[in-house]
Design a binder for this molecule. Structure first.
Ligand code: MG
Ligand code: MG
Length: 247
């Protein structure tokens, strides 16, 4: 069941979202050659405490860290490690969430590390653009799958593919609420979007084929063909005005 949020609840969620956005923004400066993925996670943990929030991911279904850090062919849910040191030309996807006063915030960005190949930058920029196109569909009266259709139609024209196994989601007092928000689908299908729905849209786009598998650590999802993957996530509330509100 989709839980609608009141305007005052959305305002509270935006405070959680602002902390997520702030810390993710700061992580950009740490995503440099020579930094380990554990360095990024430690920074996120420290800043979460400083800003008065709690980490949303640590312990969630047993996930061991505050930040998911996924490098290159890793798609999502990478476990931070001191042994995984970023190199010039890598891309690093940081997926991060907090809880503030019982409300969840969730967002993700993929950062280039040092100087990145032009075709890799194209993947990153196309994924970010697809997120914006998905968000543009977050209007009352639109159908849920309009979001995924916009994302899929955009990225596939570049020969990229959409991950099927992981999807966006409603968010609120829980990290993952109904509805699931696929990054693929047919325009005009799915439930009708209504004011008060708060959705985390999060395209995971592969440079190669869509198939992913989970490594033996039980978490890290990688592309089967080892092509690189990018991930951007943003949370929005659907509003009466028609303009999605950043959460
Ligand atoms: Mg996330
Ligand atoms: Mg999410």
């Amino acid at each position: 069941m989709v839980q609608l949020k009141s305007k005052s609840e959305v305002e509270q969620m935006r405070k959680a979202g602002a902390i997520v956005g702030q810390i993710l923004h700061e992580l950009k400066d740490l995503a440099k050659p020579g930094a380990s993925t554990a360095d990024l996670a430690l920074y996120a943990s420290t800043r979460t405490k400083e800003l008065g929030a709690k980490p949303a991911f640590k312990g969630y279904n047993g996930f061991p860290a505050t930040l998911c850090v996924s490098v290159n062919e890793e798609v999502v849910h990478g476990i931070p490690s001191k042994k995984r040191v970023l190199k010039d030309g890598d891309i690093v996807s940081c997926d991060f969430g907090v809880i503030l006063n019982g409300w969840y915030g969730d967002s993700a960005k993929t950062y280039p590390v040092g100087k990145v190949a032009a075709d890799t930058m194209k993947l990153v920029e196309t994924t970010e653009k697809s997120l914006l196109l998905g968000i543009e569909e977050c209007k009352p009266g639109h159908h849920l799958f309009d979001i995924g259709a916009a994302i899929q139609n955009y990225v596939e024209q570049f020969g990229y593919s959409v991950v099927r196994e992981f999807v966006g989601h409603g968010i609120g007092r829980s990290l993952h609420e109904d509805p699931q928000v696929p990054n693929f689908g047919i325009k005009g299908k799915g439930i009708i979007l209504k004011p008060g729905m708060v959705l985390a849209i999060e395209p995971m786009i592969n440079a190669g084929k869509p198939e992913v598998k989970v490594l033996a650590d039980g978490w890290t999802a990688v592309t089967v063909d080892k092509a690189w993957s990018a991930h951007f996530e943003h949370t929005v509330a659907i509003t009466e005005t028609g303009n999605p509100l950043d959460v």
